[in-house]
Design a protein around this ligand. Structure first.
Ligand code: B12
Ligand code: SF4
Length: 485
């Protein structure tokens, strides 16, 4: 018997050839303040096959309004990091009680913890890359074909049975995918056509135990030869040229895990980028890969800033807990090379690794100062399900989401105060007292101000007029769309 889903109306999923109306596909993600290239990629593949796809905020009132308006069956695709697993499942349960739709969870959390399908309100889970799994699902909803064997999907039937399909190999030829959709984001209040995230590769050659990548490399795609898959230089540049023809693009952020993972590709790309695009850009780097030659290529191509993980000052903790086997001199040297090439440095750090005295965290502040970091950010160490770190702690597939390795008032305060401590060394004695006070909310506000200042004025060097313009555009679009369509 062909497998059916709870949404099925009379003719659907019965293996006959009757066609249902085309489903409306709504994609959603928490904290929609950026263009998410994961769901943009899903959207472009679906749109290429004629499906209508829209982005919606992951918020009860807006989704409920939207679902009430829909006459066609709805496929609600949610991109889910572990941090938001709990809230999303609660929201889904509530929505399911009022509306009929098919829910599909994809992204980091359901990939590592497909058992989340057992939760009420979850119909389908997608593990790994979702482009073709979602397309096959949409096609099956329309044609009534069986959904039973769609690779990458775990599917729950109305009777509560679960079908667990294997995962297809990762997409090797990224050039074969259409360019990521940006159109659908235009209706979101924060959309700014002048800033564009781009991704040139998928995967990472490293597998730091706290990172989702350790799950991809050591579990999901174990045995697959290509850890990093890269688009061709020409394919990336054509995407940017096309975008530039449509919008007044001003700056580009490459969101690849490590943009410079292939020195040869980076050098070729930088040469061509300078000639064909030539706009300021930012990207992620890793200390071991920062050579004089690479930073030289980046700087000549117009790289304005890079983001690099310093993570922690303690070498033993860095190696043992974070799997980063590099000595501190290597980090300082990488920072020096970046700065002497005239590129600004954003550093990411991990705090709250070893307990409440923040001893290592204050050393990390000092290391950031030695590296002359322009913008320092810090996050408490989170344990994501499925990662090597989670498995080492005996809770590999915790369905509830992520948790902090070490949680206390001091760690929660150090998080927002970290950048300020790096910026103003003289404030250290005062900040050592401040981390003990129950003023986390106030510190969060300071962090927001610091973030806006560093990102806009220091890293990108946007003028105050531009920032004011951005606020006006945001408010105008927000009132036009009431937050979202
Ligand atoms: C870029 C990035 C961001 C950007 C995203 C914006 C952008 N411009 O795209 C920003 C900076 C906003 C961001 C924010 C956060 N991020 Co982030 N981010 C990344 C990064 C480096 C790349 C993501 C990416 O674009 N990959 C390429 C695309 C094509 O792949 P993808 O996103 O995985 O999507 C594919 C599949 O997952 C799947 N899929 C995804 N969603 C869905 C939905 C459906 C319905 C289906 C069917 C399939 C599907 O199909 C997609 C196409 O193949 C990853 C690391 C990584 N290597 O993946 C971390 C990563 C995803 N981020 C992570 C985290 C923790 C966060 C934050 C929670 C950080 C924070 N403390 O706030 C927030 C959460 C924001 C949110 N609401 O989701 C973690 C998630 C770990 C976990 N288990 O949850 C990762 C894996 C890094 C890590 N530390 O391990 N992030
Ligand atoms: S280098 Fe970055 S993206 Fe790669 S595994 Fe480590 S933390 Fe993850």
């Amino acid at each position: 018997m062909a497998m059916k889903l709870a949404y099925s109306r009379e003719s659907s999923c019965d293996g006959q050839n009757k066609r249902n109306p085309q489903p409306t596909i709504l994609l959603t993600v928490f904290q929609t303040t950026e263009i998410f290239l994961g769901i943009s990629s899903l959207a472009s593949v679906l749109k290429q096959r004629g499906y209508s796809v829209d982005v919606a905020p992951l918020e009860y009132a807006a989704l409920s309004r939207r679902l009430s308006r829909e006459a066609r069956p709805v496929l609600l695709g949610i991109s889910l990091p572990s941090l938001y697993a709990h809230r999303t499942i609660a929201l889904l349960k509530k929505l399911k009680r009022r509306h009929q739709f098919i829910s599909v969870l994809g992204g980091p959390h359901p990939t590592a913890v497909p058992e989340v399908i057992k939760e009420e309100g979850v119909d389908v889970v997608c593990r790994g890359e979702g482009e073709f799994a979602l397309l096959e699902l949409a096609e099956a909803m329309q044609t009534g074909a069986s959904i039973e064997n769609i690779a990458n999907l775990w599917i729950k039937t109305p009777r509560g049975e679960i079908r667990r399909n294997p995962v297809r190999p990762p997409i090797d030829d990224l050039d074969s995918l259409p360019f990521s959709d940006r159109e659908m984001w235009q209706r979101t209040p924060f959309f700014d056509a002048r800033e564009m995230p781009v991704i040139a590769s998928r995967g990472c050659m490293f597998a730091c135990p706290y990172c989702q990548q350790s799950y991809y490399n050591n579990e999901l795609y174990k045995g697959h030869a290509m850890r990093v898959r890269r688009r061709s230089v020409d394919n990336v540049l054509r995407e940017m040229e096309e975008y530039r023809r449509r919008y007044r693009l001003r700056q580009v952020s490459f969101v690849d895990s490590i943009f410079i993972s292939s020195a040869q590709w980076t050098k070729e790309f930088c040469g061509e980028y300078q000639r064909r695009v030539g706009l300021p850009f930012a990207c992620n780097v890793r200390p071991e890969l920062v050579t004089e030659e690479i930073v030289g290529s980046l700087a000549r191509a117009g790289c304005r800033w890079v983001s690099m993980g310093i993570e922690t000052a303690d070498e033993k903790v860095r190696a043992k807990m974070l799997g980063r086997h590099m000595d501190t001199r290597r980090i300082i040297e990488a920072a020096r090379r970046i700065k002497s090439a005239g590129i600004k440095l954003r550093a990411s750090n991990i705090i709250g690794i070893d307990g409440d005295d923040l001893r290592i965290d204050w050393q990390t502040v000092q290391l950031n100062q030695r590296c002359a970091v322009d913008f320092a950010v810090a996050f408490p160490l989170l344990v994501f399900p499925g990662t090597d770190l989670a498995r080492a702690n005996g809770n590999g597939n915790n369905t509830q989401g992520s948790y902090r390795m070490f949680d206390s008032l001091k760690v929660r305060n150090m998080w927002p105060l970290f950048g300020i401590a790096v910026e103003w060394p003289a404030l250290e004695p005062l900040l050592r007292v401040a981390v003990c006070l129950p003023l986390t909310f106030l510190y969060g506000f300071l962090l927001l101000m610091y973030h806006v200042y560093c990102k806009n004025f220091r890293l990108w060097r946007i003028t105050p007029g531009d920032v004011a313009g951005k606020c006006v555009r945001f408010m105008r679009r927000f009132t036009e769309t009431r937050g979202f369509r």
